[in-house]
Write a protein of this length. Structure first.
Length: 511
């Protein structure tokens, strides 16, 4: 319908004393209604159209239809006596269908409404013998990872991805409402923000005839960008430059690590949330991180209550098969509310080391990594002990040893030689350990240059970054939050490959 015709009809409706909004009018003109809206509908005996994928088909009569908008299926009752046999045979698990009929009160338990079908159309067939997601079988998570293109046909992965989507929206909502500017930092970069060197190289040079310099090295001057480039590990450095002119900014985009870690906590491609704020010191940075996390979790709890309850029940069922000692101390919703209802305890690294050194697990050598001296890099078992056993609330550790942190973190004044600390902070959560890492950035040009020299970082490569300290430098801070780690925590899943649509890991780029 053209805009002109649409306006005419809308005015005619108003002149006929039927007033509706533009959104309501478009709703009435839709060819089909989402199943979540049908299930919440209280107006029965109206003709509706629904489209989705068949979950089950029983007794040649009852279709359980799902369109991904909700965990719940809508029951569609087929008049099998007046439906061609050939059509009935095509109503198989996985098939896409369209049903038109009357929305009526359901006679069965567990649902308020159902559709009495008057017209059924097969939109896409599904071979029942070959379709891998069968309702009678409970496929393993490994099997579903191998079929990641179809795993959202299950309730579990449908719930996970709806939660992920809501969390993503909550991130943008939070920062936009706080006046942050969203910055798209480059995916292809010539800098290594972390200084770790675990980067994927980007090149247009031919592999079978790579140009070389006289000393046999790759001649990157002949490459597309005229220099060696990589996929980004972080948008932080670029975001800092924008914070030093726009005040408060954030990035939210893909990052990459060529770290050969085939574990349940690592991905080669993942998404990072990185705010940077001018004139914020470390204390203000901790305030921002705490408020941000609590806000996005609360929003998701409010919007995804049904999905989260389903995921909690899934987790409880899964843990029944585990020894008592390996079970989570808190159910999923309890754990999420634990973060919302408790102020984050702020503890210096030095105090945390003293606590850990004197703890029973450390003295009895129950920790896999024994803490015996200041300067140790804390492991997940230490972080979880502090959160779950000692303080019994989320913890923010700050003022870490300089030698275990990145070059851009602000060096504390007045620390003794050999025990220099930086204005760094990590947020620790129950069940997961570190979820956020951040710092006050080093704003002093001379100190920053000395730190770069000590680590062998080329000043010429980061001339643009150093310019922010040459021209109007100021105190500023920021943090990074791996989005998949957040989704992992909120959904209660234990493998990070299950909270991203198509995981990229060593030896796996299938889809």
């Amino acid at each position: 319908m053209s805009k002109l015709n649409y306006k005419f009809v809308f005015l005619k409706l108003k002149n006929s004393h039927y007033i509706c909004t533009i959104n309501e009018f478009y709703e009435k003109m839709k060819k089909h209604i989402r199943i979540i809206d049908l299930l919440e509908n209280t107006k029965t005996l109206q003709e509706v159209n629904a489209k989705g994928w068949v979950r089950t088909f029983r007794n040649n009569q009852f279709v359980a239809l799902n369109d991904g908008s909700t965990l719940n299926n809508i029951q569609c009752v087929v008049d099998f006596e007046n439906t061609p046999e050939e059509t009935l045979k095509r109503i198989t698990t996985g098939a896409a269908i369209s049903v038109t009929g009357t929305l009526v009160e359901s006679q069965g338990a567990g649902q308020k409404v159902e559709i009495q079908v008057t017209k059924l159309e097969i939109l896409g067939d599904s071979d029942a013998e070959k379709f891998p997601i069968q309702p009678k079988n409970k496929p393993s998570l490994d099997f579903l990872r191998e079929n990641a293109h179809l795993r959202t046909r299950t309730n579990m992965f449908g719930a996970i991805m709806r939660v992920r989507s809501t969390l993503s929206f909550a991130v943008h909502k939070y920062f936009q409402e706080k006046g942050f500017v969203y910055v798209n930092t480059p995916i292809i970069t010539g800098s290594d923000a972390e200084g770790a060197g675990e980067m994927f190289q980007v090149s247009a040079l031919p592999f079978d005839n790579t140009p070389r310099t006289e000393d046999g090295k790759v001649n990157y001057k002949e490459d597309f960008f005229g220099k060696q480039t990589n996929l980004t590990v972080s948008g932080q450095l670029e975001a800092e430059t924008y914070a030093m002119s726009l005040g408060q900014v954030y990035t939210f985009g893909p990052t990459f690590r060529a770290e050969n870690s085939n574990t349940s906590r690592h991905l080669a491609e993942f998404w990072m949330i990185e705010p940077e704020v001018a004139f914020n010191d470390l204390a203000a940075n901790m305030d921002l991180a705490e408020d941000f996390i609590q806000n996005v979790i609360k929003y998701t709890l409010d919007k995804c209550s049904e999905d989260l309850k389903f995921l909690e029940n899934r987790l409880l069922e899964e843990e029944k098969n585990k020894p008592q000692a390996e079970r989570s101390e808190m159910a999923l919703l309890e754990k999420l509310n634990f973060v919302l209802e408790n102020n984050f305890k702020r503890v210096s690294y030095t105090e945390a080391i003293d606590i850990l050194k004197n703890s029973k697990p450390n003295k009895n050598k129950k920790f896999q990594y024994i803490i015996d001296e200041w300067g140790a890099d804390l492991q997940s078992e230490h972080e979880r002990f502090l959160v779950e056993k000692h303080f019994k609330c989320p913890v923010i550790l700050f003022d870490y040893p300089a030698k275990i942190k990145a070059f851009y973190m602000r060096l504390n004044d007045g620390t003794e030689p050999g025990k220099e600390t930086v204005r760094a902070m990590d947020i620790l959560f129950p069940g997961i350990g570190e979820i956020v890492g951040g710092s006050q950035r080093e704003e002093r040009l001379d100190v920053l240059i000395e730190k770069m020299k000590a680590l062998g970082i080329d000043e010429e490569e980061l001339w643009w970054y150093l310019d922010t300290r040459r021209f109007g430098s100021a105190v500023h801070s920021g943090f990074g939050l791996g989005f998949e780690r957040l989704v992992l925590f909120v959904t209660g899943m234990t493998n990070i490959r299950d909270v991203i649509p198509f995981p990229r890991t060593p030896d796996n780029a299938e889809f």
